[in-house]
Design a protein around this ligand. Structure first.
Ligand code: HEM
Length: 401
């Protein structure tokens, strides 16, 4: 056990994999790692095996299985009695397998197609412009996260969902409380009460948000009552904005640390779509996608046993040298930029990926265009960050212009 790599490990640079991961990259396509509680689980390290296993029905996403491997003690606490209700949201979509998952996902898909998201570009641009104007009016320096990177995707996503603007702040506060505990159960009850009021209002006066659309759909299979299912789906989807906010702030920070690439991008903003995917690949949030094997699976002479935990280590897989010519460099013209697994793969592949890409593209593009002298207001080493790779990687981003 002594030479088993522990997972996850802290980053020492916000946009680089943990320095302890290279031994994992050498063990392709599969390695063993130890979790915080000593449990040994499989770490998938190659892109090809990731795609194969995440499309395999014996690889389960069922978070209610008592054998489910926990990456952090805080996640284990979240499924404890004190926060049991949070599980209802997790198991609405990402934590459920098979036909029930497919039926629920099918209800949501029409609202998140590339075509539908592209049609939102003017709305997203308007939100970005208003938020940026506010930040500029308040004057430099500013912490980019509360001033721009966090509120932009919240407003975009909540408008798309059909949550009234006046309620964004309280909805956001409760969602945060739900995710962060310790009063998660209370936050769940408040959010569900809010949702049932909103649903009643929408039944009287339908709008054109995702929530309005879901209310008109026939119920998905499963034993959950339709309005409760709609509410939990909305709460699960609404949780997606934090990742986009992180990618705007961390994406900008990464670009500022790569001045040549940043200059190239400023000179030709048509590179932005590839740059967005390359940033998603290069910084690789989250660190891992978790699964449980529900049957024995043979992988090149090794057997993943039924009941084994399987982690897809995004930051290692996204630097697979078989896929990327220069895996450890940020290449804004890279032809393999899109070959990453930052949005997962297979049945649960991120539903909001087009929305995340377009929001990042407009937010970062507008920042670079309107603020040609945008730069850090402190030394890079002083930018505080959360070394445990997850979603909230940098916690403050002081900038000036
Ligand atoms: C940069 C931003 C984002 C990243 C890195 C990200 C990452 C991911 C990953 C890795 C998964 C797969 C989880 C798994 O297989 O266990 C996922 C699923 C999901 N994401 Fe995202 N996400 C982002 C933005 C969003 C946004 C904006 C939304 C909101 C529309 C969203 C909604 C979802 C949903 C609903 C699922 C579950 C899909 C399913 O289980 O069928 N995500 N995301």
């Amino acid at each position: 056990m002594t030479d088993t790599v522990v997972f996850p490990q802290d980053r020492t640079c916000p946009y680089q994999p943990a320095p302890g991961y290279p031994p994992l990259a050498e063990q392709r396509p599969l390695a063993q790692v130890a979790l915080y509680d000593g449990r040994r689980v499989w770490a998938v390290t190659s892109r090809d095996l990731t795609r194969r296993l995440l499309a395999d029905r014996r690889i389960s996403s069922d978070r209610t299985n008592p054998e489910w491997p926990m990456m952090f003690p805080s996640i284990a606490a979240a499924v404890s009695d004190a926060q049991q209700k949070v599980m209802k949201i997790v198991t609405a979509l990402v934590g459920v397998d098979g036909p029930v998952h497919q039926a629920r996902r099918k209800m949501l898909i029409p609202n998140f197609t590339i075509r539908r998201i592209n049609a939102l570009r003017p709305m997203i641009q308007e939100i970005v412009d208003q938020q940026l104007a506010r930040m500029i009016d308040n004057g430099a320096p500013a912490d980019l996260i509360p001033a721009f990177a966090a509120p932009v995707p919240v407003t975009v996503l909540y408008r798309l969902m059909g949550i009234p603007d006046a309620d964004h702040r309280s909805f956001e506060r409760l969602s945060h409380q739900l995710a962060a505990g310790p009063n998660a159960n209370e936050a769940y009850d408040e959010l569900m009460a809010y949702m049932s009021g909103l649903i009643a209002e929408k039944r009287r006066n339908p709008g054109d948000g995702v929530l309005d659309d879901l209310l008109t759909k026939p119920g998905a299979t499963g034993d959950v009552e339709h309005e409760e299912l709609v509410s939990t789906l909305v709460l699960q989807v609404a949780g997606g904005h934090g990742t986009t906010g992180t990618m705007i702030s961390l994406g900008l920070f990464t670009l500022l640390q790569h001045p040549e690439q940043l200059a190239e991008l400023r000179a030709d903003l048509s590179l932005m779509p590839t740059a967005v995917d390359e940033l998603l690949r290069f910084v690789s949030i989250p660190d891992g996608v978790t699964r449980l094997a529900t049957d024995d699976i043979e992988v090149e002479g090794t057997t993943i046993r039924k009941g084994d935990g399987v982690f897809f280590i995004t930051s290692v897989i996204n630097r697979d040298a078989d896929v990327h010519d220069a895996p450890n460099s940020l290449g804004l013209r890279s032809s393999s930029a899109r070959d990453h697994v930052t949005f997962g793969f297979g049945a649960h592949q991120c539903l909001g990926q087009s929305l995340a890409r377009v929001t990042m593209e407009i937010a970062l593009g507008t920042l670079l265009q309107r603020l040609p002298d945008l730069r850090l207001a402190v030394a890079a080493a002083e930018v505080p960050f959360n070394p445990t790779a997850g979603f909230e990687v940098i916690t403050e981003l002081p900038v000036t212009w």
